[in-house]
Write a protein that binds this ligand. Structure first.
Ligand code: CO8
Length: 280
């Protein structure tokens, strides 16, 4: 059975659900941030709820940017001043059945996010709930506004997190607190998320996107192959036993010695000059 589309006005249905800026433009300075793409979830009227079409557009864009040589890192944020994303679109989801969910297979898109090789930073203002919290946690780093609120409130609408919430939140917070949040649907304030290492940094809300872009620009200025190898290796820390993770890290370390950028980086250090990365 097809999933019912949002009962929006036809105009709203045709409007793109995400905006992509390459290069990103820093809202604080109006300047281009070279090497960085800014992806904005753009359904502020429903707190950027993640319906199937939004997820389709988002994942297509991330994959496109992953293959774009002018882009070295990405920032995802939410439009409007209230939310990063308040979760999956409950109106769309309300009529779903196991069969419709299987046919649409939208969860395969989350696997595709996991396979993006360039770093992705979530810039979270306001609510990051349910699928919104899961999307932020699927990113490589989170820059949060001091008013950011994380949580997995699915239990309150009769389900449980479905895109990694029970796993990633538990790894970050430990069993006791994650269990409490997931069983009660309670909120996790930005400061507590920071204390547990879920969030990279907290800034004033108007500085959230600029700070995320600045961090993304720092990453973009690093040698791209090493950045991809490092991202891959850090993520393995969540997936592999220590011995296999160490082995994976070592192989990536060895592999980088076949890159021009390794020779350039070490030569530049010895020559006391700035390196010039080629990305190979
Ligand atoms: N889906 C659809 N519409 C939403 C959603 C949502 N998740 N969240 C907010 N909206 C809409 C509201 O319906 C409202 O629309 P309208 O003006 O037409 O009534 C508008 O956004 C503004 O929201 P509120 O009026 O509710 O604003 P409040 O300030 O009163 O409350 C809250 C803000 C607390 C964030 C509240 O909106 C809320 O509780 N939202 C739902 C949060 C939630 O339960 N999220 C989990 C959804 S389930 C989920 O994410 C499962 C993930 C599975 C995998 C991911 C697949 C993509």
């Amino acid at each position: 059975m097809p999933v019912r589309p949002m009962p929006d006005a036809p105009d709203a249905l045709n409007k793109p659900r995400i905006q992509v800026a390459t290069p990103a433009v820093d809202p604080a300075t109006g300047k281009d941030v070279l090497g960085v793409a800014l992806v904005t979830l753009d359904r502020p009227e429903v707190l950027n709820a993640l319906d199937t079409e939004t997820m389709r557009q988002l994942v297509d864009a991330l994959e496109r940017l992953d293959g774009d040589d002018s882009v070295r890192s990405m920032v995802i944020t939410g439009a409007g001043d209230r939310a990063f994303a308040a979760g999956a679109d409950i109106r769309e989801m309300s009529d779903a059945t196991p069969v419709s969910l299987t046919i649409i297979n939208s969860f395969a898109r989350w696997e595709r996010i996991r396979r993006v090789r360039k770093p992705i930073i979530a810039a979270v203002r306001g609510y990051a709930l349910g699928g919104g919290c899961e999307l932020a946690m699927a990113c490589d780093m989170i820059v949060a506004a001091d008013d950011a609120t994380f949580g997995q409130p699915e239990i309150r609408i009769g389900v449980i997190p479905g895109a990694g919430g029970t796993q990633r939140l538990t790894r970050a917070l430990g069993k006791a607190r994650a269990m409490e949040l997931i069983l009660t649907g309670g909120n996790l304030p930005a400061r507590e998320a920071m204390a547990h290492g879920l969030v990279t940094k907290i800034v004033a809300r108007e500085e959230t996107v600029p700070a995320a872009l600045e961090l993304a620009a720092q990453v973009a200025s690093m040698p791209p192959l090493a950045v991809m190898a490092a991202k891959e290796a850090v993520n393995r820390a969540f997936e592999l036993p220590l011995e296999a993770g160490l082995e994976f890290e070592r192989r990536n370390f060895f592999l980088l010695f076949s890159s021009d950028d390794q020779k350039e980086g070490m030569r530049a250090f010895i020559d006391k000059r700035a390196p010039e990365w080629k990305g190979r």
